[in-house]
Design a protein around this ligand. Structure first.
Ligand code: SF4
Ligand code: SF4
Ligand code: SF4
Length: 323
């Protein structure tokens, strides 16, 4: 009998980027397949639900699950996979912290469906997608939406978190060997350093009068982006990516989520901005000045919680709905 590990990959509500990132590790994939057999990977194979059901409990050593929980199907599959795997890895930011799709939690499902389907190109006499449709061949079923977007650990226990949108090759070079050797704790793959801590641009924490959109500013590539008055999420974001975005002159948009041990990425960023924008501290601003500064932070929820809303203190709009 093979002494290789048995591993699986699964996607929930996902863009496909996390799946592709597995192939980004180039020749290191050979080290992975030397140590492990991939026994389940819907992106690359054609396994059926029944194939997973037939597995013994704990038969897979590790299952890597990416994507947010957004449908009944996602929820059912991750519960089944939890049962069939000894270790569950929340792979990518959607799975670890709710991800981009988590911004859907700012609306309820009716508003989202209306926005998505009540458009000139999709409107079909006011008909919305239904969970059950009758066609001549029989009944067709679509998975129903959950009331809000969830991170994986809101549905099943997670053994290891590996955020990133998607996790980058330098993260995977560290993560895969550690995961395959079993030598990794729950939060070990989340850095305690921020993106600022690993950024090649040096932050001087200059006071700035207001934020300006990046398209309205000619950035000096040698200077910290935030010091130049453009929002950069570096101070509030975990830095295991080694800061590739600011390195090429683009602000960090926060895709790794908060640094290890911090619950709310948006609150951390608001606090960081409070000090550089002069809202806090000794130089008191009057109320009008403060309002002016706040107005310059465009779409604060979408910017501060772009990847982490479901795991923040805000979480979702409809607190009356649970499942
Ligand atoms: S974490 Fe990013 S790359 Fe991965 S599925 Fe979500 S949106 Fe796509
Ligand atoms: S550019 Fe961004 S990540 Fe780099 S030091 Fe400035 S705020 Fe931090
Ligand atoms: S610098 Fe920021 S946006 Fe870029 S990969 Fe790192 S965490 Fe993500």
């Amino acid at each position: 009998m093979s002494d290789k590990l048995k591993i699986g990959f699964y996607w929930c509500a996902a863009c496909g980027g996390c799946e592709i990132s597995v192939l980004d590790i180039d020749e290191m994939i050979l080290d992975v397949v030397e140590k492990a057999d991939i026994v389940f990977w819907p992106c690359a194979m054609d396994p059926k639900y029944e194939d997973v059901e037939k597995m013994d409990d704990g038969e897979m050593d590790i299952v890597f699950i990416n994507g947010s929980i957004r449908s009944d199907e996602n929820r059912e599959m991750v519960k089944l996979l939890r049962q069939k795997a000894k270790k569950v890895v929340a792979y990518g930011s959607c799975s670890s912290i709710g991800g981009l799709f988590g911004l859907g939690n700012l609306y309820d499902n009716d508003e989202l469906m209306d926005y998505g389907y009540n458009t000139p190109s999709t409107d079909k006499d006011g008909v919305m997608p239904q969970e059950k449709n009758q066609v001549p061949e029989g009944d067709l079923h679509l998975p129903g939406l959950t009331h809000h977007v969830k991170a994986l650990d809101e549905v099943v226990d997670v053994d290891v978190y590996l955020p990133g949108c998607p996790p980058l090759p330098n993260q995977l070079e560290e993560a895969f060997p550690a995961l395959l050797s079993g030598d990794v704790g729950k939060y070990d793959l989340i850095s305690q350093k921020s993106v600022c801590d690993v950024c090649p641009l040096e932050r001087e924490e200059k006071k700035i009068p207001k934020l300006v959109p990046i398209q309205e500013k000619r950035l000096d590539p040698e200077d910290c982006i935030l010091d130049q008055g453009v929002l950069c999420m570096g101070p509030a974001t975990s830095g295991m990516c080694d800061a590739p975005c600011p390195e090429v002159g683009h602000p960090c948009i926060g895709c790794n989520g908060p640094v290890r041990g911090v619950k709310d990425q948006g609150a951390r960023m608001a606090s960081a901005l409070g000090s550089v924008l002069g809202v806090e501290g000794e130089e008191r601003m009057d109320e009008e000045e403060i309002k002016e500064v706040i107005r310059s932070v465009r779409d604060p929820t979408g910017s501060f919680y772009r990847f982490s809303l479901p795991k923040s203190y805000l979480r979702y709009k409809r607190r009356d709905l649970h499942e």
